[in-house]
Design a protein around this ligand. Sequence first.
Ligand code: ADP
Length: 622
Amino acid sequence: MKKRRYYGTINAKIVFIIVMVIIFALQLIGANFITQTERQLVASFQENQQLQANFLENSIFPYLEMHEHSEMTPDDVDPKQEIDTLISDFSGTAITGISVVDAEFVVLGNSDDTQQIMVGQLLNDEDVRTAILQGTSISRQTYNPTVNARRWRTVEPVYDSDESQAVIGAIVIESNIETIYDQITDITLIFLRASLLAIVLSSLLAHMVSKALTEPIHEMQTKAKAIAEGDYSGEVKVYGDDELGLLAQNINRLSQEVESGQQRIEAERRRLDSVLSNMSEGVIATNRRGEIDIVNNMAARMLGSSSDLIIGENVLSLLNIDEEYNLRGLIDRNEDITIDFSTEESPSILRVSFSIIQSGAGFISGVVCVLRDVTEEERIEEERKQFVSNVSHELRTPLTSMRSYIEALIDGAWKDEELAPRFLDVAQSETDRMIRMIQDLLHLSRIDSGRSELNKELIDITALFTQVLNRFDMLLDSEDYRNNNYSIERALIDEAIFVDIDPDRMVQVLDNVMNNAIKYSPDGGTISARMIVTADEVKIMIKDEGIGIPEEDLGDIFKRFYRVDRARSRAMGGSGLGLAISREVVEQHGGKIWAESVERQGTTFNITLPYIPFEEEEWGWE
Ligand code: ADP
């Protein structure tokens, strides 16, 4: 933390202000006090001087009068001498010199021994002249350069006692006023020392007071800083009920509020995180410029990347649509877009919807994209379309051929005894084929909608399979197959194997596979029927020596309407639905069906069914 300089603190400011106020107050008081004191001292000094002058005047007046009116002077009295003695003996306060002048400005006496030379001389002094001529007393401060000091000078005119009241002389008193100024200097010094002490003491006091004020502020400032940095521990000490105390209480409350607010936000964030990460949809949120700032795991997985790599990328370039769209356009479009992310290994089709994130003030602050994996939906939809087109096609073919035969009959063939029965025969077999196909379709539809329930019972599969094979033996013995060199070879199990199956459906499956084995073995051959039992399943294998199935078609032959050779299958009266139904039925039983084949050599169809061997006791219990 940057250390604050002391003079920048409130503490220093308070101390500075208090000290300044005290200095200012002291200045005012001091100036006023010293001026007043000086004025009083000077006034009382003047008064004192005036009193001394008056006293001297009273003492000197008889001799001055004698000097003025020499006829009144007794013989034994020398006025000058008397005056000289009087002023020499006069001891007044602060007096430095006294001189007496007669009405003609002649010095009659001087108290200063060194100035005796002046006695009998004319005194050329402005103040004396003015006092004598105008009859007014003069008091003023003068400066004596010889002693380098200020002097107070009082010139007191002396009046005659007769009616003329004429000025008969003047007394000049000079006194040392410096003592007064020395006193003032002393007082000023005392005042200054006291002021200095007061300033020092008041600074200390101010420091203590301001410390008491700023200490809690400092604590609160530290606490506020800690809150800003996310540390809510501890409380500010509350010193009292004053404003600072209330502020401290409020800071403590603020800390608690911020902490619980922060906890609420954190809990919300965690909740949102867990919602986002458990969503089956991918969610991407961007800032205003379309740069990704939030992405959930599902979105990252759908895009085959990791969240860390995606953050910060532009959403449009990530979705590979930056050339076709811009954000504004996508938001305005208000429609989902479907993006194909399929690779050679795996298909992946995503449907993306865009919506805007608005800030409280209504500004657009970003975009949210919700990604939905619609690969399966698209596949089902594609299959559905394919199925509808197949059904239409499969039905149209027999109908078209029937129509042409019927047209031929209408056109007159009905009269032809040889042609008419053949044409009607074809029409009948086409109708039969359509009925079979529609029955197969209805059966598949029932399976699809879950309405085809199995009537399961414990059936001896060995016996069931034997019955089917016996039936086919009989068929192959019939007229139609006599010329084809077919034989059925059996490798079944000698004992009864009981499995929980719907016998009618299972017979349908075995019939279908056996039929195909014959159908797709145009040159006849051996059809071997085998059966083996393991701990948990029964496996039936039907092998022919027919045309076989190309390897690339092996996975598709169980699809609806899939035929390796469409023309051949149709000529054989096949609908292309037999194996599709067989697979559904076997899977309904919890089993599996698949084919293995070598082209032109033959095909083996394998069927497994779950098998739980019965214990002897269970038989007994039954
Ligand atoms: P279909 O009515 O056309 O026989 P299936 O669903 O029973 O319809 O059979 C689908 C396709 O599988 C047949 O068209 C045929 O091409 C092929 N197939 C089925 N069984 C065999 C087999 N044993 N040998 C050769 N190809 C077969």
